[in-house]
Design a protein around this ligand. Structure first.
Ligand code: CA
Ligand code: CA
Ligand code: CA
Length: 501
């Protein structure tokens, strides 16, 4: 019985290898998978009934690659995730063609059906300078604030505003920061404006040896739920719609100049480690929506704050704007930049199925102290530098994940720090002998302190890549992503690649 199952798995593995090869070469990094329940033998029930149906289940126990993403024709395309779905107790079978609304049907196990309940927001990539993340309160109180600006223009941008630069103002019409004329914000780079009275995330990692300190500072509190806008001028009299790049405010903000659409849901003002960040997956932060990220990793701006911003905090608090475990990730001029299109992310061992060791290892050892009550998932990939030059800093940002508070049937995953492990791989030519490789650990970047593990918008750094030990163009690094499991079920895990230079 066991034997016949293994044969089936091997066959499935061959299928995945073929499919994966057609996609992996163009991949950013993303994984969507379903995972068996805690029982290691999970789907291999020994009940007579199950035994009777065994043959059919085996043939269904395959690894399926969603067909939504096709290989890119050029390197200009954003993230093209590796997407793999493996059966545990259930098979999630994709439609034969790319789904219009990314519907994932559970054709074979209706009881475990997963269907996106919400239509994803309109997917519109930012094309100007936008406010990409912010908060107006934090653990350090009302002044624990930051406003992160993202350059979505598609090119490096030199600030050239009216007066002395671009103002970032709150809805009382008073500028908090001015980005000085002449400042160059790299393509997809950031500029960070912080309230120096209370900002508590200055130690969050940024570039090589640098942290997320403010590029500019201010000292005047922004009230809870007040709107913020960025203008192409520093002259207050010119803070008008015509001069506005972008805005974000809550439903309780009366001044429509300082929000887009009806605004994000107003928050109960808890002094927690929270942030609103711009969706770069395209599912509005949904924990239960499966399928590839429609936004492809790109920062979204549909000019509707409610659709574009995702609320996260490090405790999964319910504060009025959605509840999901995650972390603030303030980025400044020195921070790594999203470069999905310049990396290939391959299976650690392309001779083996994506869901099988050494590409994915399921450890059932309970470790509640490390947010791994039901063990861990360890996902290994080979990241290839195709940037054309040395890469001196490499990290990965979680843009989609199943995590707290996942409903029953959906896995609650907690990204955590891992260390290097030596792993035996086959690698091409497949079946002609094995070798050992070192798979580097990744570090869940803190602060913000993430005692519950990471979540949406958390970043995981490959600390082995440094100025002194860069990855040369064409070279690669083997990395692992360790995910604690607090609840078993179907899961997804999507990452953006961020790098320097
Ligand atoms: Ca405040
Ligand atoms: Ca906008
Ligand atoms: Ca950020």
């Amino acid at each position: 019985m066991c034997k016949s199952f293994r044969v089936s798995v091997v066959f499935s593995g061959l299928v995945i290898v073929v499919l994966a090869l057609s996609q992996v070469a163009f991949a950013g990094v993303a994984m969507q998978t379903t995972e068996p329940a805690a029982n290691p033998e999970g789907n291999k029930s020994t009940s007579p009934k199950a035994k009777k149906k065994k043959k059919k289940k085996e043939s269904a126990a395959s690894i399926v690659v969603f067909g939504t993403y096709s290989p890119q024709a050029t390197t200009a395309q954003p993230v093209a995730p590796v997407v793999d779905t493996v059966s545990g107790n259930a098979d999630f079978v994709p439609p034969a063609t790319a789904p219009a609304k990314r519907t994932v049907r559970s054709a074979k196990t209706p009881s475990a059906q997963i269907l996106p309940v919400n239509d994803p927001p309109a997917n519109v990539a930012a094309t100007t300078l936008v406010i990409s993340e912010f908060r107006v309160r934090g653990p350090n109180g009302a002044n624990d604030e930051f406003i992160e600006i993202f350059n979505g223009t598609g090119a490096d941008h030199t600030v050239a505003g009216g007066g002395t630069g671009y103002a970032v103002a709150a809805s009382n019409g008073v500028a908090r920061c001015v980005i000085p004329n002449g400042t160059v914000i790299p393509n997809k780079g950031h500029y960070l404006c912080v309230n120096s009275v209370g900002y508590s995330l200055a130690s969050y990692p940024a570039g090589n040896g640098t942290t997320a300190t403010g590029d500019a500072t201010y000292t005047t509190d922004i009230p809870d739920n007040a709107g913020i806008a960025i203008f192409n001028t520093s002259v207050p009299a010119d803070f008008t719609l015509a001069n506005r790049f972008d805005a974000v405010g809550s439903t309780s903000e009366a001044n429509t100049l300082y929000k887009e659409g009806t605004g994000y849901p107003a928050l109960t003002p808890f002094s927690i480690d929270y942030a609103f960040y711009r969706d770069n997956c395209g599912k509005n932060g949904s924990i239960t929506t499966f399928g590839p990220c429609p936004a492809g990793g790109l920062v979204q701006d549909s000019n509707n704050n409610a659709a574009d911003f995702v609320f996260v905090d490090t405790n999964g608090t319910s504060a009025g704007a959605g509840q999901r475990l995650g972390a603030p990730g303030p980025e400044n001029l020195s921070s790594p930049i999203e470069r999905n299109a310049s990396f290939a992310v391959n299976l650690l061992d392309i001779c083996v199925a994506a869901a099988s060791p050494p590409n994915r290892v399921r450890d059932f050892t309970s470790d509640p102290a490390n947010n791994s009550t039901f063990g861990t998932l360890d996902i290994r990939r080979t990241v290839v530098n195709n940037t054309g030059g040395n890469v001196t800093r490499l990290r990965f940002r979680v843009i989609d994940i199943t995590t707290f508070p996942a409903p029953s049937g959906i896995a609650d995953l907690r990204p955590r720090t891992s260390t290097a492990v030596v792993v035996t791989v086959d690698r091409p030519p497949c079946g002609s002998g094995t070798s050992n490789v070192t798979v580097q650990g990744t570090t869940l970047e803190q602060p913000p302190s993430q005692p519950n593990g990471g979540g949406f918008n958390s970043s995981m750094s490959a600390g082995v890549v440094t100025l002194a030990t860069p990855i040369a163009n064409g070279a690669s690094v083997d990395v692992r992503f360790l995910l604690g499991i607090q609840q078993t079920g179907s899961f997804k895990f999507y990452l953006n690649v961020e790098a320097l230079p």
